[in-house]
Design a protein around this ligand. Structure first.
Ligand SMILES: C[S@@+](CC[C@H](N)C(=O)[O-])C[C@H]1O[C@@H](n2cnc3c(N)ncnc32)[C@H](O)[C@@H]1O
Length: 613
């Protein structure tokens, strides 16, 4: 059995934090934090640590017993250090284990093939959702051709790497006895995160659930990749705790929210344990301070900076009055802030405000009502997050005898995506399992009349894609008698399987390339309904009157132009061409209607390899 450790090198390189993955695999914990002054850094044990790290060995054992470096001359050590200084100075270091699917995707063109028998269409006004069966690295590679920069929110619930033989690396289960299981997990996660970063919109959000096993690693990995943390929620998914735990019984897991941009948060319609003890004839409410603690005039503008006037009996006004005291939004430290409401809103809603005098200080409060979206706290509790009640039981009712152990509560996923997904946004989940994310997207649409779209990918381990995820989504769309309130949501689905096209110029590969790249371009443009076909071209449309044309060789341009004239609609056009991509001059007469787009580079390279004689 091999031994592994992952290391986090600090920004200043002054300490090395070592996450030791103990053989029983239950914990990732820092066992040594070695603070090394800059002066001693070069010449003392630190370089041994760095050398050992770079050699992929365990510093723990090596610092004390590594004989290899004991006999090295100072010059040898100095040149080794110079070499090592060029290497990574900040961030997570682990032993990258090559992954077969990554190599395959480099050598061949990863594509998707539709399984048309599984298509579901029950509401043509709604977007087409996608379910992809296969390895997610493969699926994400294809999505890089079709959905670059288009995804609003990615929600993932990866294997937690508990050692429970519940995920595979290079076709082998990774279990508790695998000495490299943490490195394999990090390699698997980082290969995929590198791809998804490009799929997200600039202000898109990635949500990753995780438990304590890999919390430290994934947090460091995401930070290493430049993702900014938006916060981390601890979600109580099993209030009674896990009986299998030897000591404290785990009751919660985490949802990490990160972004490479500056996303807007929509807030949630969920009671996070806030008490609304008061009641008036409108609703229950609680009194909260009207002064913003986190913003000043520079953030909100001067409309929110104005005085209140408070009378001797607590009377409130926004106009000056005799014997009234002027109150500005200035905090106890003397810092100028602003009010939550502008002056107009305050003057029209004085009955919703209250001035409270304590000693010399007067504070203005407003009635915060229970309704409305609120900023969630970092602690999510309540029965809606219970994975058994709102995960396992729902999946069991929708897909009886499914045998899947770890579905999330639909509401924990729903709340995560609700926080950041606009009403027409696209949500991707590439560890979809039983399809909770797809279900949550449809349910959220039902609740707020949104038109969000989902893309799910899961492998078919134990037939999860075919026999659990697909039938579950079908039941959600078509309805289930036990769960009427959260199913029966008319919608559409297309089912794809991952596939490859090899580079050899055979007729079979040529045909496959033409068929599969057509499917991929349809996916890219969200246009699937075929409306015209010629010898060298095809035309598609979607419900929103968007048109797509694909021309398979230059010779087909003439016939295609005639078809566009007949159609007389704007159309996005892709042309497969051996010399550089087709030029606008070639579409004379229909230039106004045609928007030429380049074939994705990876597809074009394989096309050239296969079609060039
Ligand atoms: C923890 S489960 C996700 C459960 C899901 N959130 C739900 O509520 O049903 C992780 C899923 O990812 C799938 N999976 C693991 N590795 C994968 C890979 N490389 N590609 C695609 N799916 C994978 C597993 O089959 C498993 O179903």
């Amino acid at each position: 059995m091999g031994a592994e450790e992952a290391y986090f090198i600090s920004k200043s390189s002054k300490y090395v934090e070592i996450f030791n993955h103990l053989p029983n695999g239950r914990r990732v914990m820092p066992i040594r934090r070695r603070t090394i002054s800059t002066a001693t850094f070069m010449l003392h044990s630190a370089y041994k640590v760095l050398i050992v790290i770079a050699m992929g060995q365990s510093p723990q054992s090596s610092i004390t017993s590594n004989s290899k470096y004991k006999d090295w001359s100072k010059n040898q050590l100095v040149s080794e250090i110079e070499l090592l200084r060029k290497r990574k100075k900040y961030g997570l270091v682990w032993e990258d284990k090559p992954e077969a699917v990554v190599e395959l995707c480099k050598e061949n063109l990863p594509v998707l093939t539709e399984d048309r028998d599984k298509e579901i269409t029950t509401n043509e006004d709604e977007p087409i959702n996608i379910l992809i069966e296969g390895d997610n690295f493969h699926a994400l590679s294809v999505l890089n051709y079709t959905h670059k920069g288009k995804i609003d929110v990615i929600y993932i619930d990866p294997p937690y790497n508990t050692g429970a033989r519940d995920w595979k690396y290079n076709n082998n289960y990774v279990d508790i006895n695998d000495g490299y299981r943490h490195s394999k997990w990090l390699s698997m996660m980082s290969n995929r995160l590198a791809l998804v970063k490009k799929l997200l919109k600039r202000d898109g959000v990635l949500i990753c659930t995780i438990d304590d096993n890999e919390l430290a690693s994934i947090t460091s990995l995401l930070r290493d990749m430049g993702a900014k943390s938006l916060g981390r929620a601890a979600i109580c998914i099993k209030p009674e705790g896990r009986r299998q735990s030897s000591y404290l019984m785990e009751a919660h897991e985490y949802a990490l929210f990160v972004s490479w941009g500056k996303p807007k948060m929509r807030g949630l319609n969920v009671d996070f344990g806030l008490d609304f003890p008061e009641q008036d004839d409108v609703s229950t409410f609680r009194w909260e301070g009207l002064m913003r603690r986190d913003a000043g005039r520079e953030d909100r503008g001067s409309d929110y900076w104005y005085p209140f006037y408070v009378g001797p009996e607590g009377e409130l006004s926004v106009e000056p009055s005799k014997n009234y005291t002027e109150i500005m939004p200035i905090n106890t430290k003397g810092i100028e802030r602003v009010w939550l409401w502008d002056k107009k809103r305050a003057s029209e809603n004085l009955s919703q405000l209250q001035a409270v005098r304590r000693k010399e200080k007067i504070t203005i409060y407003y009635k915060r009502r229970e309704q409305g979206r609120i900023k969630p706290t970092t602690f999510w509790h309540g029965s809606r997050y219970n994975a058994n009640a709102y995960g396992t039981r729902i999946v069991e009712a929708l897909v009886p005898h499914n045998g899947f152990d770890y579905p999330k509560s639909i509401y924990s996923v729903l709340d995560c995506i609700d926080l950041f997904t606009p009403e027409n946004g696209i949500v991707l989940d590439y560890f979809a399992g039983s399809g909770t994310t797809g279900h949550a997207v449809l349910l959220l649409n039902k609740q707020d009349k949104g038109h969000r779209q989902f893309i799910l990918c899961t492998n078919n381990e134990n037939n999860i894609a075919k026999d659990v995820c697909y039938p579950r989504i079908k039941a959600v769309i078509k309805g289930n008698k036990y769960y009427k309130d959260i199913t029966d949501i008319p919608s559409n689905l297309k089912y794809f399987k991952t596939d490859f096209i090899q580079g050899e110029p055979t007729d079979k590969n040529k045909k496959k390339l033409v068929d599969n790249s057509t499917e991929m371009l349809c996916l890219k443009e969200d246009c699937f309904e075929e409306v015209a076909q010629g010898k060298s071209y095809k035309m598609f449309k979607n419900g929103k009157e968007k048109y797509l044309g694909i021309i398979f060789d230059d010779a087909g341009i003439g016939a295609f132009i005639k078809e566009v004239k007949k159609l007389n609609k704007c159309i996005v056009v892709y042309v497969f061409s051996l010399d550089e991509s087709a030029r606008e001059e070639e579409f004379e007469g229909v230039n106004e209607l045609v928007e030429l787009k380049p074939i994705p580079e990876g597809v074009l390279n394989i096309y050239k390899r296969i079609f060039k004689l």
